[in-house]
Write a protein that binds this ligand. Structure first.
Ligand SMILES: Nc1ncnc2c1ncn2[C@@H]1O[C@H](COP(=O)(O)OP(=O)(O)OP(=O)(O)O)[C@@H](O)[C@H]1O
Ligand SMILES: [Mg+2]
Length: 463
């Protein structure tokens, strides 16, 4: 199974940190070498996030990471060996305590054994340190960026800002119907029930933002709401900046207010008595509503609607959404229409001759508009003939490595956003055969046994 180096290296570094404090290390006489190893690993750890991201495009970085992986396996083995052999030596040593030694070799034999074990292990660690030193030098060559702390709570999302402007090439009856339904709900729900949350959910690239844009731009909303605000939350949002943006877009002035409390107070006054329509695009955590916006928006008279888009259904629950719209895949016909538009296919004879293979391409895109647009972008650079299109259909461009930046960026963003240990948990699922039943409680146990789950505070592993 693929391992996520970032997670594996962190585990190794932590195990090493614990080991250097143990008595087994003293008896082996390898404390200094182990500390060197620990330091080197810590130094490399910082650039792993950047390296993991870039390995897809850069085969040299991929090779570098594979070499590092082998070194880390060796480090992992060495930790176990130190514990085992060092433990044996400790048992053989005459104990300074009152407890009698468990096992005792004749003194000379014991001495020879100790020297040999120390020599073997010391040499192994030294060789590993040398290999790691080489790897460390290469890191400079690749100009890998140091991401600083490996705190899993730190943002890793590449925030993609969105705007309420709608793409001209939107296709499909599905989105028309969904937008009409959402608009109806938004403008017809009862007054008094303040600031209700409506959610659009679906996987990456399926068209959540596009649907929200369609709703936002509907003339009925413009007539109904006195204040309309679009804001992209993203994973790395700043609470202060978000509050400022909403105040500004609502026509307010936050003056010298700087703290969260002050800004919440300003927002409360600014939206008081107004009908507010607020879009929170790309929400990752419900606390943007529960901790930040709910109090200032709910505490004043005024009728507001919050429309959110999110990939995560749990977020909608956490925000108490009164309605959840799940975005459907594009139908084959709509997908074909989008493919033609974006591949600039308009001659009647091309449309006829390429329809068959085009539909197969649309199917392969799984009804994802983002995928269809991207593939269409590739087709637009080719001659509009069946041979070229079939070549693309059968090509390995569908594999991750060859995916164009836009598609990779979006479809794999969910994966990339995961903390290293969660990536590791996720990849672990690939060990299950296709269609196998995965029992949650078993999977939890496996993850814990593999060491992917870290204890945090008082929480037990299984929480
Ligand atoms: N019905 C549609 N017709 C044409 N293009 C569409 C349609 N829906 C979405 N797209 C296009 O597909 C791409 C992805 O759509 P969008 O950004 O709305 O997805 P998303 O679900 O919000 O993704 P993410 O979870 O990454 O935010 C965009 O380029 C958008 O213009
Ligand atoms: Mg979006």
């Amino acid at each position: 199974m693929a391992i996520i180096l970032d997670a594996f290296v962190s585990t190794c570094a932590n195990r090493l940190a614990a080991l250097v404090e143990e008595r087994v290390v003293l008896v082996l006489g390898v404390k200094d070498e182990l500390k060197r190893l620990q330091r080197r690993i810590e130094m490399i750890r910082g650039v792993l996030e950047d390296a993991e991201r870039r390995r897809i495009q850069d085969s040299a970085i991929d090779t570098w990471l594979n070499e590092l992986k082998n070194v880390m396996y060796e480090a992992d083995d060495i930790i176990d060996i130190c514990r085992y052999k060092g433990g044996n030596l400790l048992e053989d040593q005459p104990s300074s305590s009152s407890n009698p030694p468990v096992r005792c070799l004749p003194p000379l034999l014991s001495c020879v054994t100790t020297v040999r074990v120390r020599h073997d292990i010391g040499g192994r660690i030294k060789r590993l340190n040398n290999r790691l030193e080489e790897i460390h030098k290469d890191k400079v060559m690749f100009s890998l960026k140091d991401g600083g702390s490996n705190d899993p709570h730190m943002t890793r999302a590449s925030a993609r800002m969105t705007s309420p402007l709608l793409d001209a090439d939107v296709v499909g009856d599905e989105i028309e119907a969904a937008a009409a339904e959402l608009v109806k709900r938004t403008v017809s729900s009862k007054e008094g029930k303040q600031h209700q949350v409506v959610a659009i959910v679906g996987m990456a690239g399926i068209g959540k933002t596009t649907l929200a844009q369609k709703v936002y731009n509907d003339p009925k909303l413009k007539n109904y709401f006195s204040v309309m605000v679009w804001t992209c939350v993203s994973q790395s949002y700043s609470e202060i900046e978000l509050l400022k943006k909403i105040i500004r877009s609502s026509g307010g002035d936050y003056g010298r207010a700087e703290s969260m409390e002050e800004l919440q107070q300003v927002l409360r006054v600014v939206v008081a008595g107004k009908r507010l329509f607020l879009v929170l695009d790309n929400v990752w955590q419900s606390d943007v509503w529960t901790n930040l916006l709910r109090v200032p928006l709910q505490s004043e008279q005024g009728s507001g609607r919050i429309l959110i888009t999110t990939r995560d259904r749990n977020v909608t629950k956490g925000m108490g959404a009164v309605h959840i719209h799940e975005v459907a895949q594009l139908s084959i016909n709509s997908g074909w229409e989008l493919l033609c538009k974006r591949a600039y296919l308009d001659r009647e004879e091309d449309l006829l001759s390429l329809r068959g293979v085009g539909i197969q391409i649309v199917k392969k895109c799984g009804g994802l508009p983002l995928a269809i647009k991207t593939v269409a972008g590739i087709l637009a650079t080719k001659e509009p003939n069946k041979r070229e299109w079939e070549k693309l259909l059968g090509s390995n461009a569908w594999s991750m490595k060859e995916l164009p930046e836009e598609l990779r960026g979006a479809l794999y963003l969910s994966y990339e956003d995961l903390a290293p240990e969660l990536k590791q948990c996720f990849l672990y699922c690939s060990l299950y055969p296709e269609d196998a039943l995965m029992r949650r409680e078993h999977l939890n146990i496996f993850w814990v046994a593999e060491g992917f789950v870290k204890a945090r505070g008082e929480k037990v592993f299984y929480n």
